[in-house]
Write a protein of this length. Structure first.
Length: 306
């Protein structure tokens, strides 16, 4: 399978992203604000990636530079600010569930504004099955759905931001290297995040970052979950396409569920286990459903000959 390593990178990325809630929760308990955590992790990622890609400063055209700015907003500052703010207005289960509509939104955005490719039916069926699985995993046997217009709309905005982020990447990856694109994303993510602190400087707790617990978790979020994962994700989008890559987002709630059980002893119910099966099958079908259909058709033809 020629794309094996790219699928592996996508899987590793969502596994890491599915565990970041532990580090984030620890940092919140230490007194850091959500936006402050994002600022520090992006600064760490930006400084680190600069050593690997220091020469090229600007894009070749103003249009491309504006697209890089848009990618920094969509895949950086605005996405995380919308998501973190949504958590203040609605249930975490609502946020998790709505964010998992990102693959469907990405397919739509890519179809309208991106490569204009016709979307295969297996993508819709696989996404539907995976989304049902996500709902089962997120609620974990405790079905509480409380509509909150402000929080839910902010979450939809976050999902749309990530959909546009992936589509923008496809417009840039044929012209520039992944390291350059990723470095610019972190740069513009930081720049567009700074106005938040201008309006509310009380969110900064610079002296706290010297604490070993805080520093170690920030290093994980900055170097692993940000720099390394963004590079792997962007590489995968470049090779597999934005729609196929984004389907792996369905797996994040499953990883979070397993991590919760291991770290904070959260109980996994039979409903959540069933949801896990739905997620895995849905992602597999969305990715390999065409091959599966061909195999089934081949089997039927052989039976008819017999």
């Amino acid at each position: 399978m020629k794309n094996f390593w790219y699928h592996t990178m996508a899987l590793i990325t969502v596994i890491i992203w599915g565990t970041t809630f532990v580090s984030t929760k620890i940092l919140l308990q230490q007194g850091l604000s959500p936006t402050e955590i994002l600022l520090y992790r992006f600064i760490l990622a930006y400084v680190s990636i600069w050593f690997f890609c220091p020469r090229k400063i600007w894009a070749d055209t103003k249009r491309d530079e504006l697209l890089l700015l848009a990618s920094g907003v969509c895949g950086g500052s605005l996405y995380f600010i919308a998501e973190n703010t949504a958590l203040q207005y609605t249930l975490a289960s609502n946020v998790s569930l709505i964010l998992c509509t990102t693959p469907i939104l990405t397919a739509f955005v890519s179809r309208v504004w991106g490569d204009k490719q016709k979307l295969r039916s297996r993508l819709y069926y696989g996404s539907l099955v995976a989304l049902i699985g996500v709902a089962l995993v997120v609620f974990n046997g405790n079905f509480i759905l409380k509509l909150s217009p402000a929080g839910d709309l902010l979450t939809i905005a976050a999902a749309l931001m990530w959909a546009f982020y992936g589509t923008i990447l496809k417009k840039l990856d044929s012209k520039y290297g992944v390291l350059f694109i990723t470095r610019k994303i972190f740069f513009y993510g930081i720049v567009t995040m700074l106005p938040v602190f201008a309006f509310d400087p009380s969110q900064l707790h610079v002296t706290t970052i010297t604490d070993p617990i805080v520093l170690s978790n920030l290093v994980f979020l900055g170097l692993i979950a940000s720099m390394l994962c963004y590079i792997m994700w962007n590489l995968t989008v470049k090779q597999l396409g934005v729609v196929r890559t984004t389907n792996y987002i369905y797996i994040i709630p499953l990883i979070t569920l397993v991590t919760s059980a291991m770290v904070i002893d959260e109980i996994i119910t039979p409903v959540a286990l069933a949801g896990s099966v739905f997620i895995l099958f849905g992602v597999y079908f969305a990715e390999q459903g065409g091959d599966l259909q061909k195999q089934l058709a081949s089997i039927r033809r052989r039976k008819q000959r017999l």
